[in-house]
Write a protein that binds this ligand. Sequence first.
Ligand code: F6P
Length: 255
Amino acid sequence: QVLAAIEGRAELGRRLSAALGIPSVVVVAGDSDEEAWVKDMLGYHAAVCLREHLLPGDVVAVSGGSTMAALAKRMPERAGPPGVKVVPARGGLGEAIALEANTIAAELAARLGGTSVMLHVPDYVREETLQHLLEEPDIEQRIAEVRAATVVVHGIGGALQMAARRGLPAAEQAKLVERGAVAEAFGYYFDRNGRTVLAMSVIGLRLADLRRARLVMAVAGGRSKAGAIAAAAKAYRIDVLVTDEGAGHQILSMQ
Ligand code: F6P
């Protein structure tokens, strides 16, 4: 029975891989919308998968959110390849401290025995402030480092849920509804065809930077995220997706 369940999830992964155009899809049991431990398992499997892909000297950019927090928490505490550096994919996106990419990068680096840097720049700044910040040598150098990440590991969220969680002004939230936004990743909002309909400021990793990365890994589960995952898969290249059965079955039923 256990073997049949494992084989069932492997088959679900293969079908998702074909449907989404993502070369490798790992599916964990359950639905993280329904049970908290499923997100924990998602974090664990994603952590093991990330560890397997790491090479000496990798710069790993990690995003924020509860799924990435679970990944960092469940990363086995054992030295990874030498010289690994973990950087936050973005500055502050208005998340709670435990969900900030900065916090998660620090924890992940500590567990891997690597180093980390912080990006202390909020995403909400006025245009003129932004220009000044970007000219600060220290910030400029850190942003360049983030943008040159060799491995990118990130969460995906529903557009409207993320807008509300970050306290986006009502007018911006209305814009998202009007433009049919269904997914969010890295501060970009996408419609169901994977088109960018709104983007936050330019501090940190940009979508175009993903092309240079050796590995782009997404981790997202829960039936409610099915539409968001499918849209993100159309928006940019994902090499590895770690998801759960709840999201997986729903994605296939939407095709
Ligand atoms: O805000 C950071 C972020 O990675 C978003 O880009 C993403 O949509 C969200 O967190 C995912 O959050 P969670 O894992 O809590 O659903």
